[in-house]
Ligand binder design. Structure first.
Ligand SMILES: CN1c2c(nc(N)[nH]c2=O)NC[C@@H]1CNc1ccc(C(=O)N[C@@H](CCC(=O)N[C@@H](CCC(=O)N[C@@H](CCC(=O)O)C(=O)O)C(=O)O)C(=O)O)cc1
Ligand SMILES: N[C@@H](CCS)C(=O)O
Ligand SMILES: [Zn+2]
Length: 771
């Protein structure tokens, strides 16, 4: 006797904890403060609290509507470990895969679709031996069952796992992990068998790869892989009913492909995607009693949204299948826990918002509407609609002065002097050697710095005391860099809680949260700001810190800003106007900041855009328009810089090749990018692309506690100088140093300077770009 799919569910829930309990437990384990049993006990406590919470918000205890979506670090790593594609000896071994240890480098990390979450990239080759190597998913299901919950285990599906993996070092040229699909499927079959034996009635397989057009596989290849995979899993002898979820964009023709297999439920993202009318006929025939799970509540964003419109979308789905369920468009891992947990947010703003818990309630409301009819939820729909109207007309949402300034911009505002002219002017203004060394901006955010900020927030330290502490830290960092012999210095960003939130706190049009933590990767979290109104800059934001830092040294001090695209990407952004319009408002604020930095004697300004790749739409047809506005907003921010001001930008977590044209179009004088984990593979992309501005491929992987040795660094730099003209090359770490400790940072930077000097001697001292 099979049970139907629940009428309301979510694809996943935040796992870090309302007060970041998981972060604290995992980091305590890494420090050796607690043992593995204590870590497991705390994680189990968190899972229990989550199930209870979800039940209290309206999901059922016994109908498989609560997803079992916990992870100690990352869901892709979990799937890789489960099928034996990554070897982990216990939890310590699992974390070593993620973070590296004395004997091995960590797995590469990259963006999860178009979110600000990062997953670990499994390495799979012809030699990979798949086997069911972990029973964690079964154990967590049984843990829930023992507490009286019938939950729905969630795992990354086989197509996505392989499509996101990279070829192992041992693999021959051109090898693609997806070619191992037939070999990994028996492991999934075995896992499903174990889940069925444990009593699971439904299992969820996450297959976001099926919606992406940014992977190396074509849509046809992914569709064929889906047909194979779910053909096999659907025919498994003993298994729970299968729910295949395809979040993050439209599933397109693959919906019909999945419908043609024996899976029982299919999840479609109806926030980012639609089902075109022409697909209706063929899909309706194929669906044959399957449940269509409509992702109509936005898992990406925190707006309360148009609940009536969401309900109407579910009504349309009913034309395809009589079995329709309401869900979130993606896992809720991308949003914070609870609006009610924000004591400092303005009440009116709060009424426009829905965090994870409110979204669960929205799903429960929609499910009630599906079961009992629209009349049963009419007051909830009307309240959500009223909040939308209130938001549209509220003060600050549309500010005439901001809009008039943007409307009056001339095309010249988006361009600087020709590059050659800039190189000559910068050469005259700066005195840099070949292969100049620099860092990306932040130095370690020590406990002392964070405690000082916490004390300021708590009112235990006044503004003067806080500023003194930050100035002392800046002085230490400047002295350290001079001692190390770095060429272009930074002030270290100690005063920034986060590279986006710091700016959001000072710009009009933004609100910030107190407890709105969202997992970024592993134990690291951010509190994305809420961009709700028109943006403007009431006062300079960074100038006094940079002026102070420059006063301490004769070397050039880089001013440090976060670019408009990244500020948008890492905030929750208003959804009532095109992103490009909002980005240009932020850009104008940054443009004014750059002018003020120049006025304070700063000759190099870095405008970080690590999220440029992240917002790239998954569908190719949408990419040109995105690149147009994103590049445009960066150029608007930097277009007012003087010819002799050297504009840097920095990107991390991107496959450089994918955004090379956009990087070129940014027209920054110098671009630093992440490259160390992939052992400088990127220099070949740079060479092939003919990129001719300054470029700093990272030589130090700052996501790992490992200190790179002089020999290893020399090897990386030798590779770089052999491939890229010396005059273009800069030497820097992959990214900022804020997550590292001082000992490893000092040792690594010392090695970088030593290796650079050795390579400089070997290659001669041709001028650097802008030197
Ligand atoms: C560079 N990246 C960033 C992304 N997104 C951002 N918004 N910002 C980024 O920098 N995305 C991609 C990448 C990689 N991602 C990250 C994300 C997060 C971190 C990180 O180190 N996060 C910190 C929290 C940072 C922060 O907000 N700090 C605040 C609050 C500090 C705090 O926790 N205070 C304690 C009290 C103090 C104490 O006793 O220690 C408390 O509240 O309990 C601050 O500094 O004021 C994290 O810990 O997760 C890195 C890369
Ligand atoms: N300037 C920032 C960039 C991070 S992507 C930092 O150094 O932390
Ligand atoms: Zn970075």
């Amino acid at each position: 006797m099979t049970t139907p799919f629940p009428t309301g569910t979510i694809l996943g829930y935040p796992r870090i904890g309302r007060r970041r309990e998981l972060k604290r437990a995992v980091e305590a384990f890494w420090r050796g403060d607690i043992d593995v049993a204590e870590l497991e006990a705390r994680a189990a406590g968190l899972r229990r609290a989550t199930r209870e919470r979800l039940a209290s918000l309206g999901l059922g205890r016994a109908d498989s509507s609560i997803p079992e979506s916990f992870s100690y670090y990352d869901q892709v790593l979990d799937a890789a470990v489960t099928v034996g594609a990554a070897q982990a000896d216990g939890l310590a071994g699992y974390f070593a895969l993620a973070r590296g240890d004395a004997s091995r480098a960590p797995l590469e990390m990259t963006k999860w679709f178009d979110s600000n979450y990062h997953y670990l990239v499994p390495e799979i080759g012809p030699e990979t031996e798949f086997r069911l190597a972990s029973d964690r998913l079964v154990a967590e299901f049984l843990e829930a069952k023992a507490d009286g919950f019938l939950t729905r285990p969630v795992i990354v599906g086989p197509v996505t796992l392989l499509a996101l993996a990279k070829a192992s070092d041992a693999a021959p040229e051109g090898f693609r992990p997806l070619s191992r699909l037939a070999d990994v499927l028996p492991v999934y079959v075995e896992l499903l068998g174990r889940l069925a034996a444990a009593g699971a009635e439904w299992a969820q397989l996450d297959e976001p790869a099926l919606v992406s057009e940014s992977l190396s596989e074509t849509a046809d290849e992914l569709r064929a892989a889906a047909a194979t995979a779910y053909g096999v899993l659907g025919r498994a002898q003993s298994r729970p009913q299968l729910f295949v979820a395809a979040p993050y964009a439209a599933l397109g023709a693959t919906l019909a492909t999945l419908a043609g297999t024996e899976v029982e439920a299919i999840g479609v993202d109806l926030v980012r995607g639609t089902i075109p009318a022409e697909q209706f006929d063929c899909t309706r025939d194929a669906l044959k009693g399957k449940t269509l799970v409509g992702g109509v509540v936005d898992g990406h964003n925190i707006w309360r949204g148009d609940l009536a419109a969401a309900f109407a979308k579910l009504g349309l789905l009913r034309e395809l299948s009589p079995h329709v369920a309401a869900s979130t468009s993606t896992s809720l891992q991308h949003v914070p826990h609870d609006v009610a947990d924000e004591p400092l947010l303005d009440g009116r703003l709060k009424s426009w918002l829905a965090f994870a818990d409110q979204k669960v309630e929205q799903v429960a409301t929609l499910a009630k509407g599906l079961s009992e009819g629209a009349a049963a939820i009419s007051s909830a729909l009307a309240e959500a609609s009223a909040a939308l109207v209130d938001r549209r007309d509220a003060p600050g949402v549309r500010v005439p002065a901001v809009r008039e300034r943007l409307a009056g911009l001339a095309p010249a505002a988006f361009s600087r002097a020709p590059y050659d002219e800039r190189v000559a002017a910068q050469q005259a203004a700066l005195d840099l050697p070949a292969l100049p060394t620099t860092t990306i901006g932040s130095f370690p955010q020590t406990g002392e710095i964070r405690r000082a900020r916490a004390a300021l927030v708590a009112g235990e330290l006044d503004a003067v005391g806080y500023e003194d502490a930050m100035r002392a830290e800046i002085s230490r960092v400047v002295t350290l860099q001079e001692e190390l012999g770095l060429d272009v210095l930074v002030h270290g960003e100690p005063e920034r809680n986060d590279m986006v939130q710091y700016f959001a706190e000072q710009l009009d049009g933004f609100a910030v949260t107190v407890n709105g933590w969202v997992q970024s990767y592993g134990s690291r979290c951010t509190r994305p700001s809420i961009l709700w109104g028109d943006v403007s800059r009431p006062a300079p934001m960074t100038v006094e810190w940079s002026r102070f830092a420059q006063s301490l040294t004769a070397k050039p001090m880089k001013g440090m800003l976060t670019g408009p695209v990244t500020i948008l990407a890492w905030s929750f952004v208003r959804d009532d106007q095109p992103l490009g319009d909002t980005a240009n408002q932020v850009a104008l604020a940054l443009r004014d900041e750059i002018a003020d930095l120049e006025g304070a004697g700063i000759g190099i300004v870095q405008v970080d855009e690590p999220a440029l790749r992240e917002l790239l739409p998954l569908k190719r047809a949408d990419q040109p328009a995105y690149l147009d506005w994103s590049v445009g907003s960066f150029r608007l921010a930097t277009g007012g810089a003087r010819t002799e001001t050297q504009v840097h930008t920095h990107l991390c977590y991107s496959e450089f090749g994918v955004v090379i044209d956009a990087i070129r179009a940014l027209d920054a004088d110098v671009t630093s990018i992440e490259a160390a984990r992939s052992r400088m593979e990127v220099v070949h992309d740079i060479e092939r692309s003919g990129f001719d501005h300054g470029i700093g491929p990272g030589v130090y992987d700052i996501h790992s506690p490992r200190v790179p040795g002089v020999a290893e660094l020399t090897e990386l730099l030798t590779l770089a100088v052999a491939t890229i003209p010396n005059r273009q090359l800069w030497v820097n770490p992959d990214c900022g140093l804020k997550t590292r400790g001082y000992d490893e940072t000092v040792a690594s930077l010392r090695n970088i300077v030593t290796a650079t000097r050795a390579v400089r001697e070997r290659v001669g001292t041709g001028d650097a770009v802008g030197a």
